[in-house]
Design a protein around this ligand. Structure first.
Ligand code: SAM
Ligand code: DTB
Ligand code: SF4
Length: 325
């Protein structure tokens, strides 16, 4: 009798594989700073060009009035103080994307303050994606949680990346956000992967979380299967009116350690030094690049918060011998 091999089960995607544990990442955090930096730099050079930094430009396409209560966010209807703005027209978005391209950005990321998009909203957003893609830019959107079928529509319009962060450790999540939970975020990430869109997923630190919580967040990210192609590490920008407006600032070396541990546990991902650069010295940013950050948001605005002027970044790149990629 000839045995017929059982058909191989489809490899489950986004099922956490026990590749790294919170404990193993806490151990990295606890290394002497020089040892951690050396390890991160070694891994960085095995997987990436040593001196290249990718440039993404952000645009808020719908601002404020969000139903969610994320404690750090200026755009929450619960506490945000930013001026609300309806969904932008496609032409305005294309003009901003062209300007970003002219300045040297290679990826254009459009963000909306929604719990998630309505199908009707997606009509215009998919037009934006197609038009930005036609300029020769990589496209990224961050629109909140998706419903069945929406990821496929985004993919069909030419979307390269979907940004959707896990934001903070599962055990801390409920202290910062009560209107949704992390399981809902995983669900959207699964839909994005299934649709064949690349995943941009990271988090935010400086919320008053412990080092262990930072390690737990990074373990969750690294154990996504596969890990996110792009990992934004945001440092809290304290926004007026938000519950975290007066959060005690994170030790800058702890921030650098977070970047280094992200680089080590996600060797192939782009690690983006995201929100918070405006408040950082050039020297601190240089340490972040040394720790393995190889992408930034480029342009004087994030979504509602300030970001360094392009001139300052150009001068920083020249001082450090970095090249834009
Ligand atoms: N509403 C969508 C969502 O929450 O996924 C997309 C936009 S939301 C503003 C994108 C990310 O920005 C959040 O996941 C969070 O990590 C980051 N963020 C928001 N406010 C911030 C702040 N004040 N400082 C640093 N990062 C922040
Ligand atoms: C991400 O992780 N950081 C960006 C992007 N994804 C959309 C947003 C940062 C927002 C910073 C606060 C603000 O501009 O309101
Ligand atoms: Fe809304 Fe996103 Fe801000 Fe949360 S982070 S309040 S979901 S815009």
């Amino acid at each position: 009798m000839t045995a017929t091999a059982a058909p191989e089960a489809a490899t489950p995607r986004l099922v956490p594989a026990p590749r790294c544990t919170t404990e193993s990442l806490v151990a990295l955090f606890e290394l002497p700073f020089n040892d951690l930096m050396f390890k991160a730099q070694q891994i960085h050079r095995q997987h990436h060009a040593a001196n290249a930094v990718q440039l993404s430009t952000l645009l808020s396409i719908k601002t404020g009035g969000c139903s969610e209560d994320c404690g750090y966010c200026s755009q929450s209807a619960h506490h945000g103080e930013v001026e609300r703005e309806a969904l932008l027209e496609v032409d305005a978005v294309v003009a901003a994307a062209q300007a970003a391209k002219d300045k040297g950005a290679t990826r254009f990321c459009m963000g909306a303050a929604w719990r998630g998009p309505k199908d009707k909203d997606l009509d215009r957003v998919t037009d934006m994606i197609a038009a930005v893609k036609a300029l020769g830019l990589e496209t990224c959107v961050t629109l909140g949680m998706l419903k069945q079928g929406q990821a496929e529509r985004l993919k069909a319009s030419g979307l390269d990346y979907y940004n959707h962060n896990l934001d903070t450790a599962p055990e801390f999540y409920g202290q910062v956000i009560t209107t949704h939970d992390q399981a809902e975020r995983f669900d959207t990430l699964g839909q994005v992967r299934e649709a064949g869109i690349k995943v941009c997923c990271g988090g935010i630190v400086g919320l008053g979380e412990t080092r262990r919580a930072r390690a737990a967040l990074l373990a969750e990210l690294a154990n996504l299967n596969p890990p996110p192609e792009s990992v934004p590490i945001n440092k809290l920008v304290p926004m007026p009116g938000t519950p975290l407006e007066n959060a005690p600032p994170l030790d800058p070396f702890e921030f650098v350690r977070t970047v280094a541990v992200a680089r080590i546990c996600m060797p192939e991902s782009l690690v983006r030094l995201s929100a918070g650069r405006q408040e950082m010295s050039d020297e601190l940013q240089a340490l972040c690049f040394l720790a393995g950050a190889n992408s930034i948001f480029y342009g004087d605005k994030l979504l509602t918060a300030d970001n360094p002027e392009a001139d300052r970044d150009e001068a920083l790149f020249a001082r450090l011998g970095l090249t834009a990629a």
